[in-house]
Design a protein around this ligand. Structure first.
Ligand SMILES: Nc1nc2c(ncn2[C@@H]2O[C@H](COP(=O)(O)OP(=O)(O)OP(=O)(O)O)[C@@H](O)[C@H]2O)c(=O)[nH]1
Ligand SMILES: [Mg+2]
Length: 242
């Protein structure tokens, strides 16, 4: 998080993490597609011919907010391929929240687990613990055959602490639920650590509602948050004010 006192602007960094080809870039493309012109900046992607992120993607978004702060979001993706380990570590630095994009296909189970462990290790490298990080999980590619069953995902979700969502990112399904939940959780953590709502009369509900509206969606914040299959929304206190 960065706070510019002169322009009264808060910048929040969010990272989409996960195994190769799980749909991280596709999530950002969908968010870019939903956002109105005032909100979205240029989506910067750097890909090889076969769709694979080489370095990272970055999508900047801007919201008016309410109270004394406007909000900029920087959404990053990491490159999922195993060989890009050092880039993932770099991109993760100073992040305020993470969306873990898992691939629902049964054949990808091991790759999901490996990437989750990789996330944990890279957080540790930066002196941070996963349980303190605002984290949401998305099981993407629900349209494909031979995926984990919904019941199985519900069971996993109910065992864990992190809110879990399902998605078909190529169709935009579930993308906003994941994003709204991540922003909600991240805000709770930042607010718990820095009392932003007290200091700046900032209203996080107004921000989330603005996000939903500017993405051309209908519905209440609760409807988005309630799309989760399990897990909880609770503030995770940050150990440092990065
Ligand atoms: N059928 C299906 N395909 C998807 C879905 N989401 C993404 N894809 C496809 O999966 C491929 C990989 O998607 P990307 O978004 O590039 O994956 P990534 O996670 O960014 O991959 P890396 O950059 O290599 O880490 C692309 O061909 C997408 O169109 C989905 O929900 N369903
Ligand atoms: Mg990518």
């Amino acid at each position: 998080m960065q706070l510019d006192f002169v322009s009264r602007e808060l910048t929040i960094k969010l990272v989409y993490y996960g195994p190769a080809l799980s749909g991280k870039t596709t999530n950002l493309q969908a968010i870019h597609g939903f956002s109105d012109e005032q909100t979205r900046g240029r989506l910067m992607t750097l890909e090889t011919r076969d769709d694979r992120t080489l370095f990272f993607d970055l999508l900047p978004l801007r919201f008016r907010g309410e109270g004394d702060l406007s909000v900029r979001l920087k959404l990053f993706t990491v490159p999922g391929q195993v060989i890009h380990a050092s880039t993932r570590r770099l991109v993760l630095q100073g992040t305020d929240g993470v969306a873990f994009i898992a691939d629902s296909q049964l054949s990808e189970t091991q790759n999901n687990a490996r990437a989750f462990l990789d996330l944990k290790e890279n957080l540790r490298f930066h002196g941070r613990e996963m349980r303190e990080l605002p984290l949401v999980i998305q099981y993407n590619k629900r349209d494909l055959p031979q995926t984990r069953s919904r019941d199985e995902i519900v069971q996993l979700a109910q065992k864990g602490r992190e809110p879990v969502f399902t998605a078909i990112a190529t169709q935009g399904v579930g993308v906003l639920d994941t994003f709204v939940a991540l922003l909600h959780l991240t805000w709770l953590s930042l607010d718990a650590a820095h009392d932003l709502s007290g200091k700046f009369r900032f209203n996080s509900e107004a921000l989330l509602q603005e996000v939903i509206t500017r993405m051309g969606a209908r519905g209440t914040i609760d409807q988005f948050l309630n799309a989760r299959l399990g897990g909880q929304f609770e503030a995770r206190r940050k150990e440092s004010g990065q």
